[in-house]
Each structure stands twice: as structure tokens, then as C-alpha cells.
Write a protein that binds this ligand. Structure first.
Ligand SMILES: NC(=O)c1ccc[n+]([C@@H]2O[C@H](COP(=O)([O-])OP(=O)(O)OC[C@H]3O[C@@H](n4cnc5c(N)ncnc54)[C@H](O)[C@@H]3O)[C@@H](O)[C@H]2O)c1
Ligand SMILES: O=P(O)(O)OC[C@@H](O)[C@@H](O)[C@H](O)[C@H](O)CO
Length: 374
């Protein structure tokens, strides 16, 4: 069995690559980072170290690595004969890998089972976004496209770690089952669910909303590490406040038992504060324009709460604090600061959040942007 995985970064090596390896797949990593690909291609194995309860060490081998910028045809040929193709490149990069997947589907022998395509990104229905991009060059692409929700905190790695990755011991990979019919792939560490929407929304609007809230309040308070941010009582209070709001939405929308959702929040508060994970507010707050966009972890739940007449004050307050995120190495942070300096609050809200003035959340968001810029 063979899987081609785009994005040999943190989650690629420390989560998707590991789980597919454990499931018995030969993994072909494809990435545009030449140094990383050269290192993988010349190293027969790397180690994933899990920290936290029940953590262990895994050695990943039986992989190959290809540079998808310089060896596009080779990558296409690998996908054409693979069982599965996965991505962990970031939602904004899916459009760049899609043409390779489209070419591979076109070249694929009719004797093979359909290719399984799964995007493993922090975005709602990321595989659907990938499918739309694939179908721009190959309308009606004949493959199995399955959405997934991936959860494991994999921080930026120590530069001396080489290919080895330190991750938290917790992980969850939920995959929608319906696209597979009766030929679901065997991936023992994943679980297949009929309706992914509650899983992905619970994950994104709890784990990622809470995480980003700590990152932005932490950045504003001059705190660099995520564990320090979570051990600052005022920041932990802000996280609890936003998660109380997203809980109200998840309970109302998906019918989650409030006590079960509260237990999920409490478990995540412990995960977030794991002192053995050296995670930074710069990583967790990265790409603030993506994080402040319409269907993402703040505007998404806040908009739905406003539509239901339920308060979202802590979410909106955090959006205001996110505007302070000023990290010169992060191109979206630079763009955010330029926009704040040049656009009116109304223009900023329309462009960044996609809310229009008739939306019940619009006035509150314009108001925090105005307070920030005046
Ligand atoms: N790190 C985590 O804790 C975590 C957890 C769950 C989900 N995710 C999601 O996984 C995705 C990747 O995150 P990450 O933390 O691993 O980031 P990362 O920066 O460590 O890895 C991304 C990799 O993608 C590669 N890449 C960029 N453009 C590419 C292209 N056109 N073709 C092939 N490869 C390309 C980069 O070179 C890099 O190696 C994101 O969507 C993120 O939200 C991350
Ligand atoms: O990857 P992002 O930029 O969408 O979000 C940053 C972190 O919140 C994220 O990577 C988490 O560590 C991860 O989603 C945990 O499962």
C-alpha cells in the first residue's frame, strides 16, 4: 500500500506520516522545501516522540521523499499509482497541489481502485476545497474525496532535532465514511464517522478557537510561550470565556450534551498547558488574516451565535486583541498591520471577515476595529 503525502512539516511527519506508516503504508513525502526533502531522502528513518500521558516513541521508516517543485512529473507518477493522497500544507496552499493530483487522476490506470484524497488541514471541509481546485483542471475527477478533522498539537521543532518530531501524546483523526461506500481504507488510528460536521466544528471551535485566543492575548501581554500564556490567570479566563460561547453554539447547533462539551473543554485546557510542549504564540497565532476570515475559528462561531441571538462578546473582544498581532516574520501579520493603517474599519471588516453590514455581528466587529485604530 502506498500513500503520497504533501507537506513534510510538523503535522506531516509527526501525525499523518506516522499514522499511515503505522497502518502499513509506504509513505512518499512531497514538499517544496529542498533542504527538508534532501534530508528525508538521505535518512532512512526518523523518530516521533510523544510527550504527555501514555506518550511513547515511534520510529518511522519505509518512506521516500520527492521535491514537488523540481520533480513534479515524478510526484504525479507516484500519485497515479498510490492508494491514498493526503495533504498538510495549509488551506491556502491546496490550490498549488491540486493540479498535480488532477494530472495523476488523469494518468491513473482504470484497473486500479479510485484514488483516495484527504486534506488534513485546519479548515472546515478542506477536502471539498481541494476537490474544487482539482476539478478546475479536471472536471468530474474520478476519485474518492473524504473530509477529515485532524487534532494533535505539533509545535515548531528545535532546529537541532533534524527530522525528529516532538508531539503531544493525544491525537484524533476523524474521517467521513460515506464517500468510501463499502471500501473504507484500513487506518487503525483513524476513526470513520458518517457526519463529520459536528467533529470538525467541535475541534476547530474548541481546540483552535481556544488556542488562538491564548496566542493573541498572550502576544498582547508580551508572553512568548503557549504554556506561559495558559498559566497566566487573566489569559486562561479569556480562553474559558470564548469556549463558553462556542459551547453554547455547539450545544444549540449539534445537540452536544453540555456536560460532555464541558469535559472536552476541560481536557483541552490541560492539553494546552502541557509544559513539555515548547509551543509559541507566534506559531499558534500565525496567518492572522486566515484566522480572522469568515468561516474560521472566531468569525465563524461568533456569526452563528449572533444569528441565534446568543452573546459572543468574548469572541469579538479577542478579535480586537488579535489586531495587535505584529510579527515581522509572518507575511499575513505584516499585511494585517498595513491594512489597519490604510483601510477604514468598515473596509477592514468587509475585506478580512467577509461580514456585510446587514449581518447582526457586523456592528460589534467594526466597533472593536475602530477602537483599535483610533
Ligand atoms: N502543527 C499542528 O499542531 C497542526 C495540527 C493539526 C492540523 N494542522 C494543520 O496542518 C497543516 C500544516 O501545518 P504544520 O504545522 O505541519 O505546518 P508546517 O509549516 O510545519 O508544514 C507545512 C509544510 O508544507 C510544505 N509546503 C508548503 N507549500 C507546499 C507545496 N506547494 N507543496 C508541497 N508542500 C508544501 C512546507 O514546506 C512545510 O514543510 C495546516 O493546515 C495546519 O493547520 C497543524
Ligand atoms: O495550524 P493553524 O495555524 O490553523 O492553528 C495553529 C494551532 O492552533 C494548530 O496548529 C493546533 O496546534 C492544532 O490544530 C491542534 O490540533
Amino acid at each position: 500500500m502506498k500513500a503520497v503525502h504533501f507537506g513534510a512539516g510538523n503535522i506531516g511527519r509527526g501525525f499523518v506520516g506516522l499514522i499511515l506508516h503505522k497502518a502499513g503504508y509506504e509513505v512518499v513525502f512531497a514538499d517544496v522545501n529542498a533542504e527538508l526533502i534532501d534530508a528525508l531522502a538521505s535518512t532512512p528513518s526518523y523518530v516521533v516522540t510523544e510527550v504527555g500521558d501514555g506518550g511513547t516513541e515511534w520510529t518511522v521508516d519505509n518512506y521516500r521523499a520527492l521535491n514537488s517543485a523540481t520533480h513534479e512529473d515524478d510526484v504525479v507518477a507516484e500519485i497515479a499509482s498510490a492508494d491514498i493522497v493526503t495533504t498538510a500544507v495549509g488551506p491556502n496552499v491546496l490550490r498549488f497541489v491540486a493540479p498535480l493530483i488532477a494530472k495523476a487522476i488523469e494518468q491513473r490506470s482504470a484497473d486500479l481502485a479510485p484514488l483516495v484524497v484527504m486534506a488534513c488541514e485546519n479548515a472546515i471541509n478542506a477536502t471539498d476545497l481541494l476537490r474544487i481546485e482539482v476539478e478546475k483542471t479536471l472536471p468530474g475527477a474520478g476519485a474518492v474525496f473524504a473530509n477529515t478533522a485532524v487534532d494533535r498539537i505539533v509545535p515548531g521543532q528545535d532546529p537541532d532535532a533534524g527530522l525528529n518530531v516532538t508531539v503531544e501524546s493525544f491525537f484524533e483523526w476523524a474521517i467521513e465514511s460515506t464517500p468510501f461506500g463499502d471500501s473504507t481504507p484500513v487506518i487503525p488510528d483513524a476513526h470513520f464517522v458518517e457526519d463529520l460536521a459536528p467533529y470538525i466544528e467541535r475541534k476547530l471551535f474548541t481546540v483552535n478557537t481556544g488556542h488562538a485566543t491564548a496566542a493573541y492575548h498572550g502576544f498582547a501581554a508580551g508572553v512568548a510561550s503557549m504554556s506561559d500564556a495558559f498559566s497566566t490567570p487573566a489569559i486562561a479566563d479569556e480562553v474559558r470565556a470564548v469556549l463558553a460561547e462556542t459551547k453554547a453554539l455547539l450545544v444549540a447547533k449539534h445537540g452536544f450534551d453540555p456536560e460532555v462539551q464541558q469535559a472536552y473543554i476541560d481536557k483541552n485546557m490541560v492539553r494546552f498547558a502541557n509544559p513539555q510542549l515548547s509551543d509559541t504564540v507566534d506559531r499558534v497565532g500565525r496567518q492572522p488574516l486566515r484566522k480572522l476570515s469568515r468561516n474560521e475559528r472566531f468569525v465563524g462561531p461568533a456569526a452563528e451565535l449572533a444569528e441565534r441571538g446568543i452573546p459572543s462578546d468574548a469572541l469579538v473582544r479577542t478579535m480586537g486583541v488579535a489586531l495587535k498581532f505584529d510579527v515581522p516574520e509572518d507575511p499575513q501579520s505584516v499585511e494585517l498591520q498595513q491594512l489597519l493603517a490604510t483601510a477604514t474599519p468598515e473596509e477592514f471588516v468587509a475585506q478580512v471577515t467577509g461580514l456585510d453590514e446587514s449581518h447582526p455581528l457586523y456592528a460589534a466587529v467594526v466597533s472593536v476595529v475602530r477602537a483599535h485604530t483610533s
